[in-house]
Design a protein around this ligand. Structure first.
Ligand code: CTP
Ligand code: MG
Length: 253
């Protein structure tokens, strides 16, 4: 049921170009785009990734930036798992340049990522995972994450400082003020060597799915490195976020 559909319009990638004689050719960089969520917090309507921002689905904004990134070779989207969702995503991606593929997503984000990971070609050795809902993520963030993985980090996440004061509560009573100087808000794309991401997902508990992939790497006791995130890489979750995204897009155009 979750067959991979290749949408590539490009010729097969050249191998070995730019590689010094004797050195192993570096593998390709794939980006998994979990896009199978319902978008319940956004309110009633189509699955969130297919909802429109400035006349185009969120997924199209996200994938357009990914295929434009010089460091990205392949994009695999985990689509809403019903036949209609998969067909719609196939149709949208067919209009975009680059090597893009579709798999049917799962019931949790973690499962959607695992299904796409299982469908990656063997020659991808760096894997990014990027939420379709972070539709306006600037291309620079993608480049910085790939560069950090290529530079030797096994797991990389873009982060921002937390600007609000954060408190722990029990019901409506405050129990503590958390030291925000050590806290970071986490974004995507998160980048990994393929080995580490595969190990992390193999060890993950499907009954208690994680909200991000780096969390699964942390659970293995492996280090996760941070790079600077970007305000415009925010996740579109609520109707207010969509208003904010429309404003960001208007300013860009
Ligand atoms: N996602 C996915 N598969 C799921 C659930 C979520 O691929 N079963 C994806 C979403 O499509 C989104 C990303 O994971 O791009 C982040 O999830 P979130 O912002 O929570 O999106 P939704 O689950 O769609 O929203 P909600 O939780 O409000 O229903
Ligand atoms: Mg969700």
């Amino acid at each position: 049921m979750s067959g991979v559909v290749s949408m590539s319009t490009d010729p097969a990638p050249e191998t070995g170009s730019g590689t010094p004689a004797g050195a192993a050719a570096p593998g390709r960089v794939a980006v998994i785009v979990p896009a199978a969520g319902k978008g319940e917090r956004l309110g009633p309507g189509a699955p969130k990734a297919l909802r429109e921002l400035g006349g185009l689905p969120l997924l199209v904004h996200a994938v357009r930036t990914l295929v434009a990134a010089r460091s990205v070779d392949l994009v695999v989207v985990a689509a809403p798992p019903d036949p209609q969702g998969v067909a719609e995503v196939q149709r949208l991606l067919a209009d975009l340049p680059g090597d893009t593929r579709v798999v049917a997503g799962g019931t949790s984000r973690q499962e959607s990522v695992a299904l796409a990971l299982a469908a990656l070609p063997a020659d991808c050795d760096v894997v990014l995972v990027h939420d379709a809902a972070r539709a306006l993520t600037p291309v620079e963030v993608i480049g910085a994450v790939v560069a950090a993985v290529r530079g030797g980090a096994g797991a990389v996440i873009p982060v921002l400082p937390v600007t609000d004061t954060v408190k722990a509560v029990d019901g409506d009573l405050v129990t503590a003020t958390v030291d925000r100087s050590t806290l970071r808000a986490v974004q995507t794309p998160q980048g990994f060597t393929r080995d580490i991401l595969a190990k992390a997902h193999a060890a993950a508990d499907p009954a208690a799915p994680a909200t991000d992939d780096a969390g699964l790497v942390e659970a293995l006791g492996l280090p996760v490195r941070t790079v600077p995130g970007h305000a415009e890489a925010f996740k579109i979750t609520t109707p207010f976020d969509l208003v904010l995204a429309e404003a960001v897009l208007r300013r860009r155009r």
